[in-house]
Write a protein that binds this ligand. Sequence first.
Ligand code: G6P
Length: 500
Amino acid sequence: MQRPDHDYSDTMTENGAASGEHSDAAKYDFMVVSNRLPVDRCAAGEPGDDGSGWRRSPGGLVTALAPMMTKTDGAWVGWHGAPDETVEPFSHGSMDLVPVQLSTDDVELYYEGFSNATLWPLYHDVIAPPEFHRTWWEAYRSVNRRFADAVVRHADHGATVWVQDYQLQLVPRMLREARPDLRIGFFNHIPFPPPEIFAQLPWRHAIIDGLLGADLVGFQRSSDAGNFMRSARRFLGASVKQQQVHVKGANGDITHIARAQAFPISIDVQQISELARKPEIIERARQIRQDLGNPKTILLGVDRLDYTKGIRHRLKAYEELLNEGKLKVGDATLIQVASPSRERVEQYRLLREEVEGTVGHINGTYDTIQNTAVRYLHHSYPIEEMVALYLAADVMLVTALRDGMNLVAKEYVTARTNNDGALVLSEFAGAADQLKQALLMNPHDIDGLKDTVMRAVRMSAKESARRMRSMRKQILDHDVDYWSAEFLHALNEKVVRDDS
Ligand code: G6P
């Protein structure tokens, strides 16, 4: 592979085409493409600023991919989070980053619109009603094209390209047409809906066709892979055999075989375990408990402020437990970290109002001068503070109504190096497939959720240790390096054509 010389003489133009010759661009034999880069542009001194005008991007995708990318020579293509700003390719930490520009209109139509007000709710069990607008779809197509152009410009001959998530589902097909020499993988970090729900999407044909441009389409759960293949059959008439489709080009000839398979994503186990053993982080956890008045039980929720996370259900169950006297302020406190997310999308604005109204109501009713019922924090925190919170919490509440994986659940378990604590986990989170020793529950069943929370609060040290040990083993054996190695190994496997 030719290493980049960081003399990026070609600059991106508005439509994503290079103003210089392709041959001038730094070339890579491994590229990751996602809507977001691992860092976001921010003003100097803004919360999260790492001192260079950049801060870590939100969400599980970046949590999972950043450790892998720091260990490879590849490049990461994505948006840098600042509308209308052109940023040249640059290095951050040990990563080479290739920014893609989005205009204010792109952000509104492609990102907030089609990605987060059409696809996100559609793929998460239509918890919120998806909106379908043709102008959003047009923007989605043209922005996907811009990402594909950036890859085409920087990919070496025969490079491996790994496209990420629902914002970029058309990119695999675009790459296949422009650069048949590439090995193309796609990974969907969020659920893939059953065909009965996917059917609502007016552009369902184009989305399936876009994904089938990849050699390998990865999903979190095998049910997601199954849903995708059933949609391929139903909406494209694809003939699917053993999770494989023989994909045809414009002239009717078979261009490649696309496969679909589950690869449950994970976390950087080593990083979290090391942090959890650091004396200053253990001390910080003790401090957090003390600041809250040393309650017997600290319950913890950590989520992006998103309607898929079941925060309202969690608060409802907690309030009822306080009301019934099963939990008492002073004995118990709930810390709810709700990191800001997609704040200009209507459903997210409404959710914030509702959650903050409910927290205010609970605290107004149950707080004492000394103690609080809910410590609500609308911030994101560095990983060190998160690990201190995991160590401080006796019970972790993951009550998602639908979630691709939920890496917070895996982080909590990994941080509990003493094999104590309890994880209450929604059966609708992908993590439930692997963490079978969590206290699994259905968050829609408020009575069931309350019972499960009380089981967690009262759990004996012996039971806690038994469950934690088994969950920790699962995660330690399947960390994020295992995930990426498995995916990339499968992507580069030679697939035998079965013409029978
Ligand atoms: C989820 C998605 C990611 C997304 C992240 C944060 O983890 O799977 O693709 O980046 O949420 O959301 P945002 O819209 O801020 O990028």
